[in-house]
Design a protein around this ligand. Structure first.
Ligand code: GLY
Length: 418
């Protein structure tokens, strides 16, 4: 099977590594890719341009296209490829609105009877103050567009909430205000093919830049899987109370979902409540989740893309745990410094994101999240130790990472509000 993966991050690098381990996969391509993706041939293609990606898929005669990021999905790249006859892992532009428009997602959830935070859309600065008075403290302010997690501010400080909302409105985006959901967060990725829903292992992201969950939100500084603190049966509850009703509602609206539905939830005292949906694999959780997948990923994604998910045997997972730690560039999540030389990245378990080659062929930083490092082990402590052992062998001037990824879970400090 020849596969083209769209994207350039550590998530897509992890997808390629897992796809390369599938004996049915014979050839891998990536667009635009990154310097770490030695498993694939990389193509410098404009991946948000449906016609350009379709031309590339035709030239390579691929059997499957896997679309990693949300932007090409929302731009209709999947639709163009399907119209040209290619199996695609990733939803249509209409279905991708579950991530692309928070207001659409709320409407789907309301009709499907899915529990989520109370929300109001504000589209004028004149309405902002009164709307803020109806929420908080704590305030949750979201950019109602694609912001890869960075458009969200969660704060007890009303002035900070007001400033973020105003900045989004000034950029011409409506703002979503939400009630704060108290409880530990879970990322549950589900393969979805119409009304068929198959969950992957649950994971937890660490969104704040600083240890102890301090500082601004980022795209994600690390993740671990599985979740030792999550009671048995909660994944099944999320599937039956959240993901299946949403999948059915999308079919009923004529925009059935095909691909990866990412439910971000808070486990509150009254059960799981949705924080957000995404229409693609999460980053950095995917790097950890795929490290434990034993089933052949190419065959799994191809089954979803061709409407045969219900025929697949149950997924098989390795025992143990996996931890992703993100190495970020100096000043991330502000304006990250670029061009710093990276040493020691040629190790198994290292996935590239913001990297490039300079004119001398040296590997340098070229984005905010530079590398993802994944450790696996018999339990969370062993997986954490392995991830940090690999990281200690990597040099990046000004680079920073959190030392506490998965630590609260390892120390049994995570509890569900009672
Ligand atoms: N883990 C956050 C995201 O993928 O959006």
């Amino acid at each position: 099977m020849r596969i083209l993966v769209i994207g350039s991050g550590a998530r897509e690098h992890a997808l390629l590594v897992a796809l390369a381990a599938d004996p049915a996969v014979t050839e891998l391509h990536a667009a635009p890719g990154n310097p770490g993706m030695v498993q694939a041939t990389c193509h410098d293609t404009a991946v948000t341009d449906p016609a350009a990606v379709t031309t590339l898929a035709r030239r390579l005669e691929v059997d499957l296209v896997v679309i990693g990021p949300e932007v090409p999905l929302v731009a209709g790249v999947g639709d163009a490829l399907r119209a040209a006859g290619f199996p695609v892992f990733g939803p249509s532009a209409e279905a991708a609105r579950i991530e692309g428009s928070k207001a659409f997602a709320k409407d789907v959830m309301a009709t499907a009877g899915v529990r989520t935070a109370r929300a109001e859309v504000v589209d004028s600065p004149a309405d902002l103050d009164e709307a803020l008075d109806r929420f908080g403290p704590t305030w949750v302010v979201k950019d109602d567009g694609l912001a890869a997690g960075k458009g969200v501010v969660v704060t007890p400080d009303r002035a900070a909430a007001h400033a973020h909302a105003l900045a989004c409105l000034d950029d011409g985006h409506p703002v979503l205000l939400e009630s704060f959901l108290d409880g530990p967060e879970v990322s549950l990725f589900c393969l979805v093919d119409g009304e068929t829903v198959v969950p992957l292992l649950p994971a937890q992201d660490h969104k704040r830049v600083g240890e102890g969950d301090r500082g601004p939100n980022t795209g994600g500084m690390g993740a671990y899987t599985p979740l030792p603190w999550l009671p048995e049966g909660v994944v099944e509850q999320i599937v039956s109370e959240v993901c299946e009703p949403v999948a059915r509602e999308m079919v009923a609206r004529g925009c059935g979902f095909s691909g990866l539905l990412y439910a971000g939830l808070a486990i509150t005292s009254s059960g799981p409540e949705v924080v957000e949906f995404n229409c693609r694999f999460g980053d950095p959780e995917t790097q950890a989740v795929l490290a434990l997948l034993e089933s052949p990923l190419g065959q799994v994604l191809h089954a979803v893309a061709t409407g045969r998910l219900a025929e697949l045997p149950p997924l098989v997972w390795r025992e143990g745990a996996a931890v992703t730690v993100v190495l970020a560039a100096e000043n991330y999540p502000g304006s990250p410094r670029r061009g710093d030389v990276i040493e020691g990245a040629e190790q198994p378990g290292v996935f590239h994101a913001g990297t490039a080659r300079d004119v001398d062929g040296r590997l340098v930083s070229a984005g905010g999240r530079v590398l993802s490092v994944v450790g696996t082990g018999s339990d969370l402590a062993a997986a954490r130790a392995e991830a940090y052992r690999i990281l200690d062998g990597i040099e990046l001037g000004g680079g920073h990472f959190r030392r506490d990824i998965g630590l609260a879970a390892e120390e049994s400090r995570i509890s569900i509000p009672g």
